[in-house]
Design a protein around this ligand. Structure first.
Ligand code: SF4
Length: 478
Protein backbone atom coordinates (compact mmCIF):
# COMPACT_ATOMS: atom_id res chain seq x y z
CA UNK A 1 0.00 0.00 0.00
CA UNK A 2 3.07 2.25 0.40
CA UNK A 3 3.20 3.27 -3.29
CA UNK A 4 -0.47 4.27 -3.35
CA UNK A 5 -0.10 6.13 -0.06
CA UNK A 6 2.79 8.18 -1.42
CA UNK A 7 0.90 9.01 -4.57
CA UNK A 8 -2.18 10.12 -2.66
CA UNK A 9 -0.02 12.32 -0.43
CA UNK A 10 1.51 13.98 -3.48
CA UNK A 11 -1.93 14.63 -4.95
CA UNK A 12 -3.22 16.17 -1.74
CA UNK A 13 -0.12 18.36 -1.41
CA UNK A 14 -0.35 19.51 -5.01
CA UNK A 15 -4.05 20.29 -4.73
CA UNK A 16 -3.65 22.18 -1.48
CA UNK A 17 -0.64 24.18 -2.71
CA UNK A 18 -2.32 25.22 -5.93
CA UNK A 19 -5.51 26.03 -4.11
CA UNK A 20 -3.62 28.48 -1.94
CA UNK A 21 -2.02 30.21 -4.91
CA UNK A 22 -5.20 30.39 -6.99
CA UNK A 23 -8.07 30.56 -4.51
CA UNK A 24 -10.93 30.09 -6.99
CA UNK A 25 -9.25 27.62 -9.28
CA UNK A 26 -10.79 24.32 -10.22
CA UNK A 27 -7.51 22.72 -9.12
CA UNK A 28 -8.92 21.64 -5.77
CA UNK A 29 -11.60 19.84 -7.77
CA UNK A 30 -8.89 18.39 -9.94
CA UNK A 31 -6.96 17.00 -6.97
CA UNK A 32 -10.16 15.37 -5.75
CA UNK A 33 -10.78 13.98 -9.21
CA UNK A 34 -7.26 12.52 -9.33
CA UNK A 35 -7.66 11.14 -5.86
CA UNK A 36 -10.88 9.44 -6.94
CA UNK A 37 -9.02 7.85 -9.83
CA UNK A 38 -6.71 6.19 -7.33
CA UNK A 39 -9.32 5.21 -4.81
CA UNK A 40 -9.85 1.74 -6.37
CA UNK A 41 -6.21 1.00 -5.48
CA UNK A 42 -6.87 2.09 -1.93
CA UNK A 43 -9.92 -0.14 -1.81
CA UNK A 44 -7.97 -3.09 -3.12
CA UNK A 45 -5.34 -2.59 -0.42
CA UNK A 46 -7.98 -2.40 2.35
CA UNK A 47 -9.66 -5.57 1.11
CA UNK A 48 -6.40 -7.49 0.97
CA UNK A 49 -7.01 -10.90 2.56
CA UNK A 50 -3.79 -10.61 4.58
CA UNK A 51 -5.31 -7.58 6.25
CA UNK A 52 -8.69 -9.11 6.91
CA UNK A 53 -10.75 -12.15 6.01
CA UNK A 54 -13.96 -10.12 6.26
CA UNK A 55 -14.98 -8.17 3.17
CA UNK A 56 -17.04 -5.75 5.27
CA UNK A 57 -14.21 -5.08 7.74
CA UNK A 58 -11.99 -4.14 4.77
CA UNK A 59 -14.74 -1.96 3.32
CA UNK A 60 -15.22 -0.13 6.62
CA UNK A 61 -11.52 0.75 6.67
CA UNK A 62 -11.63 1.92 3.06
CA UNK A 63 -14.62 4.20 3.68
CA UNK A 64 -13.00 5.69 6.76
CA UNK A 65 -9.66 6.44 5.03
CA UNK A 66 -11.54 7.81 2.01
CA UNK A 67 -13.58 10.12 4.28
CA UNK A 68 -10.42 11.19 6.11
CA UNK A 69 -8.67 12.18 2.88
CA UNK A 70 -11.79 13.92 1.62
CA UNK A 71 -12.02 15.84 4.87
CA UNK A 72 -8.42 16.96 4.40
CA UNK A 73 -9.38 18.36 0.98
CA UNK A 74 -12.68 19.88 2.15
CA UNK A 75 -11.21 22.32 4.66
CA UNK A 76 -8.65 25.02 4.12
CA UNK A 77 -5.56 24.69 6.28
CA UNK A 78 -2.06 26.06 6.11
CA UNK A 79 0.52 24.42 3.91
CA UNK A 80 2.95 24.41 6.82
CA UNK A 81 0.53 22.41 8.91
CA UNK A 82 -0.49 20.11 6.07
CA UNK A 83 3.14 19.21 5.45
CA UNK A 84 3.79 18.55 9.15
CA UNK A 85 0.74 16.28 9.40
CA UNK A 86 1.51 14.32 6.25
CA UNK A 87 5.12 13.85 7.30
CA UNK A 88 4.16 12.65 10.77
CA UNK A 89 1.44 10.29 9.58
CA UNK A 90 2.78 8.85 6.35
CA UNK A 91 6.49 9.50 6.17
CA UNK A 92 7.70 8.32 9.53
CA UNK A 93 10.57 6.03 8.61
CA UNK A 94 11.58 5.55 12.25
CA UNK A 95 8.21 4.05 13.05
CA UNK A 96 8.45 1.40 10.31
CA UNK A 97 11.91 0.37 11.47
CA UNK A 98 11.02 0.36 15.16
CA UNK A 99 7.83 -1.58 14.49
CA UNK A 100 9.78 -4.21 12.56
CA UNK A 101 12.37 -4.55 15.30
CA UNK A 102 9.71 -4.77 18.00
CA UNK A 103 7.84 -7.47 16.12
CA UNK A 104 11.02 -9.50 15.83
CA UNK A 105 11.81 -9.05 19.49
CA UNK A 106 8.41 -9.21 21.18
CA UNK A 107 6.10 -10.76 18.59
CA UNK A 108 3.97 -7.58 18.50
CA UNK A 109 4.55 -3.94 17.54
CA UNK A 110 4.72 -0.91 19.90
CA UNK A 111 1.83 1.48 20.61
CA UNK A 112 0.98 3.92 17.81
CA UNK A 113 0.10 6.89 20.01
CA UNK A 114 -0.32 8.06 23.58
CA UNK A 115 -2.98 10.02 25.46
CA UNK A 116 -1.68 12.40 28.11
CA UNK A 117 -3.85 14.44 30.47
CA UNK A 118 -1.33 16.89 31.93
CA UNK A 119 -3.79 18.77 34.14
CA UNK A 120 -7.07 18.19 35.87
CA UNK A 121 -7.85 21.91 36.11
CA UNK A 122 -10.64 23.41 34.05
CA UNK A 123 -12.09 26.86 33.42
CA UNK A 124 -15.68 25.51 33.31
CA UNK A 125 -17.83 23.76 35.84
CA UNK A 126 -19.91 21.39 33.76
CA UNK A 127 -22.40 19.24 35.57
CA UNK A 128 -21.02 15.81 36.49
CA UNK A 129 -17.44 16.51 35.37
CA UNK A 130 -14.58 15.31 37.59
CA UNK A 131 -12.42 18.34 36.73
CA UNK A 132 -14.47 20.58 39.03
CA UNK A 133 -12.53 19.39 42.01
CA UNK A 134 -9.02 20.04 40.66
CA UNK A 135 -6.26 21.25 42.93
CA UNK A 136 -3.03 23.05 42.05
CA UNK A 137 -1.02 19.82 42.46
CA UNK A 138 -3.19 17.90 39.97
CA UNK A 139 -0.75 18.30 37.09
CA UNK A 140 2.29 16.62 35.61
CA UNK A 141 5.60 18.36 36.26
CA UNK A 142 6.87 19.92 33.02
CA UNK A 143 10.00 17.70 32.95
CA UNK A 144 7.86 14.55 33.21
CA UNK A 145 5.42 15.75 30.56
CA UNK A 146 8.26 16.46 28.12
CA UNK A 147 10.10 13.26 28.94
CA UNK A 148 7.01 11.15 28.22
CA UNK A 149 6.65 12.72 24.76
CA UNK A 150 10.35 12.41 23.95
CA UNK A 151 10.49 8.78 25.08
CA UNK A 152 7.43 7.76 23.09
CA UNK A 153 9.02 9.33 20.00
CA UNK A 154 12.38 7.62 20.54
CA UNK A 155 11.29 4.24 21.93
CA UNK A 156 8.22 3.55 19.80
CA UNK A 157 8.48 5.92 16.82
CA UNK A 158 5.27 7.65 17.95
CA UNK A 159 4.41 10.86 16.10
CA UNK A 160 0.82 11.31 17.23
CA UNK A 161 -0.27 12.37 20.70
CA UNK A 162 -3.67 13.13 22.13
CA UNK A 163 -3.83 15.64 24.95
CA UNK A 164 -6.83 15.54 27.23
CA UNK A 165 -7.70 16.86 30.68
CA UNK A 166 -9.18 18.79 32.53
CA UNK A 167 -8.80 21.64 30.09
CA UNK A 168 -5.34 21.24 28.50
CA UNK A 169 -5.01 24.99 27.88
CA UNK A 170 -5.14 25.53 31.66
CA UNK A 171 -1.82 23.69 31.96
CA UNK A 172 1.09 25.75 33.29
CA UNK A 173 4.28 24.70 35.00
CA UNK A 174 7.49 26.61 35.69
CA UNK A 175 6.54 29.43 33.34
CA UNK A 176 5.56 27.20 30.40
CA UNK A 177 2.14 26.43 29.03
CA UNK A 178 0.77 23.65 26.86
CA UNK A 179 1.62 25.28 23.53
CA UNK A 180 5.17 26.19 24.49
CA UNK A 181 5.80 22.57 25.47
CA UNK A 182 4.23 21.08 22.33
CA UNK A 183 6.16 23.49 20.11
CA UNK A 184 9.36 21.72 21.19
CA UNK A 185 8.31 18.63 19.22
CA UNK A 186 7.82 19.80 15.62
CA UNK A 187 8.22 16.23 14.34
CA UNK A 188 5.03 15.16 16.15
CA UNK A 189 1.38 16.17 15.89
CA UNK A 190 -0.93 16.82 18.82
CA UNK A 191 -4.69 16.62 18.91
CA UNK A 192 -6.05 18.17 22.08
CA UNK A 193 -9.57 17.99 23.47
CA UNK A 194 -10.69 21.40 24.65
CA UNK A 195 -13.80 23.35 25.48
CA UNK A 196 -12.25 25.96 23.17
CA UNK A 197 -13.08 28.97 25.29
CA UNK A 198 -9.45 29.81 26.05
CA UNK A 199 -8.47 30.01 22.38
CA UNK A 200 -8.06 33.78 22.05
CA UNK A 201 -6.35 35.62 19.17
CA UNK A 202 -2.92 35.16 20.64
CA UNK A 203 -3.27 31.39 21.16
CA UNK A 204 -4.83 30.91 17.73
CA UNK A 205 -1.87 32.76 16.21
CA UNK A 206 0.60 30.58 18.10
CA UNK A 207 -1.17 27.43 16.94
CA UNK A 208 -1.05 28.62 13.33
CA UNK A 209 2.67 29.28 13.63
CA UNK A 210 3.34 25.89 15.22
CA UNK A 211 1.31 23.92 12.66
CA UNK A 212 1.54 20.69 14.67
CA UNK A 213 -1.57 21.05 16.84
CA UNK A 214 -5.25 20.58 16.18
CA UNK A 215 -7.95 21.33 18.75
CA UNK A 216 -11.00 19.06 18.94
CA UNK A 217 -13.61 21.34 20.44
CA UNK A 218 -16.42 19.90 22.58
CA UNK A 219 -19.99 20.50 21.47
CA UNK A 220 -23.02 18.91 23.10
CA UNK A 221 -25.53 19.75 20.38
CA UNK A 222 -26.99 23.02 19.09
CA UNK A 223 -27.17 26.15 21.28
CA UNK A 224 -29.74 24.97 23.80
CA UNK A 225 -28.10 21.62 24.55
CA UNK A 226 -24.54 23.00 24.61
CA UNK A 227 -25.39 25.98 26.83
CA UNK A 228 -27.35 23.76 29.20
CA UNK A 229 -24.26 21.69 30.01
CA UNK A 230 -21.41 24.18 29.46
CA UNK A 231 -23.04 27.43 30.58
CA UNK A 232 -25.08 30.22 29.02
CA UNK A 233 -23.41 31.77 25.98
CA UNK A 234 -20.94 28.88 25.46
CA UNK A 235 -22.28 27.91 22.05
CA UNK A 236 -21.84 31.39 20.56
CA UNK A 237 -18.36 31.68 22.04
CA UNK A 238 -17.40 28.30 20.55
CA UNK A 239 -18.53 29.48 17.11
CA UNK A 240 -16.41 32.62 17.48
CA UNK A 241 -13.39 30.49 18.35
CA UNK A 242 -13.97 28.27 15.32
CA UNK A 243 -14.18 31.36 13.10
CA UNK A 244 -10.87 32.55 14.54
CA UNK A 245 -9.20 29.21 13.83
CA UNK A 246 -10.63 29.04 10.34
CA UNK A 247 -9.28 32.49 9.48
CA UNK A 248 -5.84 31.44 10.65
CA UNK A 249 -6.09 28.13 8.78
CA UNK A 250 -5.67 26.01 11.89
CA UNK A 251 -7.11 22.54 11.41
CA UNK A 252 -9.83 21.85 13.99
CA UNK A 253 -12.47 19.26 14.69
CA UNK A 254 -15.34 18.66 17.07
CA UNK A 255 -15.70 16.27 19.94
CA UNK A 256 -19.16 14.93 20.74
CA UNK A 257 -20.40 12.99 23.72
CA UNK A 258 -23.59 11.10 22.95
CA UNK A 259 -26.12 10.42 25.67
CA UNK A 260 -29.52 8.86 25.22
CA UNK A 261 -30.91 12.41 25.13
CA UNK A 262 -28.74 14.11 22.50
CA UNK A 263 -27.61 11.30 20.15
CA UNK A 264 -30.30 11.99 17.53
CA UNK A 265 -29.50 15.70 17.60
CA UNK A 266 -25.73 15.39 17.10
CA UNK A 267 -26.12 12.94 14.23
CA UNK A 268 -28.94 14.84 12.50
CA UNK A 269 -28.40 16.19 8.98
CA UNK A 270 -28.82 19.78 10.25
CA UNK A 271 -26.12 19.39 12.88
CA UNK A 272 -23.63 17.55 10.67
CA UNK A 273 -24.10 19.90 7.71
CA UNK A 274 -23.81 22.95 9.96
CA UNK A 275 -20.54 21.96 11.62
CA UNK A 276 -18.80 20.21 8.75
CA UNK A 277 -19.91 22.18 5.70
CA UNK A 278 -20.71 25.64 7.09
CA UNK A 279 -18.36 25.96 10.07
CA UNK A 280 -15.75 23.74 8.36
CA UNK A 281 -14.73 21.45 11.17
CA UNK A 282 -12.41 18.90 9.56
CA UNK A 283 -13.22 15.84 11.66
CA UNK A 284 -15.40 14.64 14.51
CA UNK A 285 -14.83 12.29 17.42
CA UNK A 286 -17.95 10.66 18.69
CA UNK A 287 -17.85 9.26 22.22
CA UNK A 288 -20.74 7.64 23.99
CA UNK A 289 -21.38 8.74 27.55
CA UNK A 290 -19.40 6.35 29.74
CA UNK A 291 -20.67 6.03 33.32
CA UNK A 292 -17.29 5.98 35.00
CA UNK A 293 -16.64 9.41 36.53
CA UNK A 294 -18.23 11.29 39.38
CA UNK A 295 -22.05 10.94 39.52
CA UNK A 296 -21.77 7.99 37.09
CA UNK A 297 -25.23 7.28 35.75
CA UNK A 298 -25.67 4.25 33.43
CA UNK A 299 -29.13 5.50 32.48
CA UNK A 300 -27.51 8.35 30.52
CA UNK A 301 -25.80 5.92 28.11
CA UNK A 302 -27.40 5.65 24.67
CA UNK A 303 -29.61 2.56 24.89
CA UNK A 304 -28.46 -0.59 23.02
CA UNK A 305 -31.06 0.18 20.34
CA UNK A 306 -29.80 3.75 20.01
CA UNK A 307 -26.28 2.40 19.79
CA UNK A 308 -27.22 0.27 16.77
CA UNK A 309 -28.94 3.27 15.23
CA UNK A 310 -25.77 5.32 15.84
CA UNK A 311 -23.71 2.61 14.16
CA UNK A 312 -25.88 2.78 11.05
CA UNK A 313 -26.17 6.54 11.04
CA UNK A 314 -22.47 7.26 11.61
CA UNK A 315 -21.50 4.98 8.72
CA UNK A 316 -24.06 6.70 6.54
CA UNK A 317 -22.34 10.03 7.30
CA UNK A 318 -18.88 8.59 6.62
CA UNK A 319 -19.93 6.94 3.34
CA UNK A 320 -22.40 9.41 1.87
CA UNK A 321 -21.16 12.75 3.16
CA UNK A 322 -17.51 11.62 3.17
CA UNK A 323 -16.97 13.17 6.57
CA UNK A 324 -14.46 11.67 8.94
CA UNK A 325 -16.50 11.09 12.06
CA UNK A 326 -15.08 8.33 14.22
CA UNK A 327 -17.39 6.60 16.66
CA UNK A 328 -15.08 5.31 19.39
CA UNK A 329 -17.09 2.14 20.06
CA UNK A 330 -19.16 1.53 16.97
CA UNK A 331 -16.24 1.74 14.54
CA UNK A 332 -14.21 -0.99 16.22
CA UNK A 333 -13.93 -2.77 12.86
CA UNK A 334 -11.57 -0.10 11.50
CA UNK A 335 -9.08 -0.70 14.32
CA UNK A 336 -9.57 -4.49 14.56
CA UNK A 337 -11.08 -4.10 18.00
CA UNK A 338 -10.00 -2.48 21.24
CA UNK A 339 -6.82 -0.38 21.07
CA UNK A 340 -6.15 -0.03 24.81
CA UNK A 341 -3.35 -1.37 27.03
CA UNK A 342 -0.54 -0.24 24.69
CA UNK A 343 -1.61 -2.60 21.92
CA UNK A 344 0.31 -2.50 18.64
CA UNK A 345 -0.84 0.68 16.92
CA UNK A 346 -2.98 1.49 19.97
CA UNK A 347 -2.34 3.48 23.10
CA UNK A 348 -2.61 3.94 26.84
CA UNK A 349 -3.44 6.93 29.02
CA UNK A 350 -1.28 8.86 31.49
CA UNK A 351 -3.06 11.27 33.82
CA UNK A 352 -2.04 14.35 35.82
CA UNK A 353 -0.62 12.26 38.65
CA UNK A 354 1.37 10.04 36.30
CA UNK A 355 -1.02 7.07 36.71
CA UNK A 356 -1.02 4.84 33.64
CA UNK A 357 -4.36 3.33 32.67
CA UNK A 358 -5.13 1.09 29.68
CA UNK A 359 -7.54 3.67 28.26
CA UNK A 360 -9.22 6.95 29.15
CA UNK A 361 -12.43 4.96 29.61
CA UNK A 362 -10.75 2.15 31.54
CA UNK A 363 -9.36 4.22 34.44
CA UNK A 364 -7.62 1.61 36.55
CA UNK A 365 -3.85 1.49 36.97
CA UNK A 366 -1.09 -0.69 38.33
CA UNK A 367 1.76 1.68 37.47
CA UNK A 368 2.74 5.32 37.76
CA UNK A 369 5.25 6.86 35.39
CA UNK A 370 6.69 9.25 37.98
CA UNK A 371 7.47 6.30 40.28
CA UNK A 372 8.90 4.38 37.34
CA UNK A 373 11.18 7.31 36.41
CA UNK A 374 12.27 7.66 40.03
CA UNK A 375 13.29 3.99 39.98
CA UNK A 376 15.31 4.40 36.78
CA UNK A 377 12.73 2.87 34.40
CA UNK A 378 11.00 4.14 31.28
CA UNK A 379 7.70 3.90 29.36
CA UNK A 380 8.38 0.28 28.39
CA UNK A 381 7.92 -0.68 32.04
CA UNK A 382 4.30 0.43 31.79
CA UNK A 383 3.73 -1.71 28.72
CA UNK A 384 5.04 -4.87 30.29
CA UNK A 385 3.02 -4.84 33.50
CA UNK A 386 1.01 -8.08 33.84
CA UNK A 387 -2.24 -6.04 33.80
CA UNK A 388 -1.51 -4.47 30.39
CA UNK A 389 -0.23 -7.78 29.07
CA UNK A 390 -3.46 -9.49 30.15
CA UNK A 391 -5.52 -6.87 28.30
CA UNK A 392 -3.47 -7.42 25.15
CA UNK A 393 -3.93 -11.18 25.48
CA UNK A 394 -7.70 -10.64 25.74
CA UNK A 395 -7.58 -8.50 22.58
CA UNK A 396 -5.73 -11.25 20.73
CA UNK A 397 -8.28 -13.81 21.84
CA UNK A 398 -10.91 -11.46 20.52
CA UNK A 399 -9.43 -11.45 17.03
CA UNK A 400 -6.62 -8.90 16.96
CA UNK A 401 -3.35 -10.09 15.37
CA UNK A 402 -5.06 -13.20 14.13
CA UNK A 403 -3.46 -12.99 10.68
CA UNK A 404 -6.53 -11.32 9.22
CA UNK A 405 -8.94 -13.96 10.54
CA UNK A 406 -11.95 -12.25 12.03
CA UNK A 407 -13.43 -13.78 15.19
CA UNK A 408 -14.70 -11.66 18.13
CA UNK A 409 -17.55 -9.24 17.52
CA UNK A 410 -15.91 -5.89 16.85
CA UNK A 411 -19.26 -4.14 17.09
CA UNK A 412 -18.81 -4.78 20.83
CA UNK A 413 -15.04 -4.29 21.12
CA UNK A 414 -14.74 -2.73 24.55
CA UNK A 415 -13.66 -4.78 27.59
CA UNK A 416 -14.84 -2.21 30.15
CA UNK A 417 -18.08 -1.20 28.50
CA UNK A 418 -19.26 -4.11 26.36
CA UNK A 419 -17.76 -6.91 28.51
CA UNK A 420 -17.91 -5.29 31.90
CA UNK A 421 -17.63 -8.51 33.91
CA UNK A 422 -14.50 -9.51 31.98
CA UNK A 423 -12.87 -6.14 32.70
CA UNK A 424 -13.90 -6.32 36.36
CA UNK A 425 -12.25 -9.72 36.65
CA UNK A 426 -8.98 -8.43 35.15
CA UNK A 427 -8.99 -5.35 37.40
CA UNK A 428 -9.44 -7.52 40.49
CA UNK A 429 -7.03 -10.22 39.43
CA UNK A 430 -4.17 -7.77 38.80
CA UNK A 431 -4.97 -5.44 41.69
CA UNK A 432 -5.51 -2.39 39.48
CA UNK A 433 -6.64 0.64 41.45
CA UNK A 434 -9.06 3.31 40.26
CA UNK A 435 -7.14 6.39 39.16
CA UNK A 436 -8.27 9.59 40.70
CA UNK A 437 -11.78 10.29 39.45
CA UNK A 438 -12.99 6.76 38.85
CA UNK A 439 -15.12 5.97 41.85
CA UNK A 440 -14.00 2.92 43.68
CA UNK A 441 -17.64 2.21 44.37
CA UNK A 442 -18.28 1.25 40.73
CA UNK A 443 -16.71 -2.13 41.31
CA UNK A 444 -18.54 -2.69 44.56
CA UNK A 445 -21.92 -1.24 43.70
CA UNK A 446 -24.10 -4.24 42.87
CA UNK A 447 -26.76 -2.17 41.17
CA UNK A 448 -24.17 -0.53 38.89
CA UNK A 449 -22.60 -3.92 38.06
CA UNK A 450 -25.98 -5.41 37.19
CA UNK A 451 -26.93 -2.45 35.00
CA UNK A 452 -23.66 -2.70 33.06
CA UNK A 453 -23.90 -6.48 32.69
CA UNK A 454 -27.53 -6.26 31.51
CA UNK A 455 -26.61 -3.58 29.02
CA UNK A 456 -23.94 -5.88 27.60
CA UNK A 457 -26.39 -8.77 27.23
CA UNK A 458 -28.96 -6.63 25.49
CA UNK A 459 -26.33 -5.22 23.16
CA UNK A 460 -24.98 -8.67 22.34
CA UNK A 461 -28.45 -9.82 21.28
CA UNK A 462 -28.64 -6.90 18.86
CA UNK A 463 -25.13 -6.95 17.40
CA UNK A 464 -24.69 -10.73 16.97
CA UNK A 465 -27.02 -11.08 13.94
CA UNK A 466 -25.39 -8.04 12.29
CA UNK A 467 -21.91 -9.32 13.01
CA UNK A 468 -22.68 -12.79 11.69
CA UNK A 469 -24.65 -11.76 8.63
CA UNK A 470 -22.82 -8.69 7.49
CA UNK A 471 -19.28 -9.22 8.71
CA UNK A 472 -18.65 -12.95 8.96
CA UNK A 473 -20.69 -14.35 6.10
CA UNK A 474 -19.46 -12.05 3.36
CA UNK A 475 -15.77 -12.71 3.43
CA UNK A 476 -15.45 -14.08 -0.07
CA UNK A 477 -17.50 -11.37 -1.78
CA UNK A 478 -15.60 -9.43 -4.45
S1 SF4 B 1 -11.06 -0.02 26.43
FE1 SF4 B 1 -12.93 0.40 25.29
S2 SF4 B 1 -12.90 2.58 24.95
FE2 SF4 B 1 -10.82 1.98 25.48
S3 SF4 B 1 -9.81 1.54 23.53
FE3 SF4 B 1 -10.65 -0.40 24.26
S4 SF4 B 1 -12.63 -0.49 23.23
FE4 SF4 B 1 -12.00 1.62 23.14
Amino acid sequence: MKKEENLIIKIIKLGANLDRLVPFSPIRGLSKFTFNLFSPKLKEACLNKEHTSSYQVGLDLYYMIYAMLNSALRVSWSINSLNIFLRAIFQNKDASRIKREWREKYGEGPPGFLVISPTKACNLKCYGCYANAAKERDKLPKEVFERIIREAINLWGVRFFVISGGEPLMYKDKGEDLLSILSKFPEAIFLFYTNGLLIDEERAKRMAEMGNVTPAISVEGFKETTDKRRGEGSFEKILEVMERLRKKKVLFGISLTATRYNCEEILSNEFIDFFFFKIKAAYGWLFHYMPIGRDADPSLMPTPKQRIWMWQRSWEIVKKKKIMIADFWNHGTTSHGCIAGGREGGYFHINWHGDCAPCVFFPYAVSNIIDIYNQGGNLNDVLFTPFFKAIREWQKGYGFLSGGKVSGDWLRPCPIRDHFLTAKKMIEEYGARPIDYAPEESLKNQEYIEKMANYDKELEALTTPIWENIYLNHHSKK
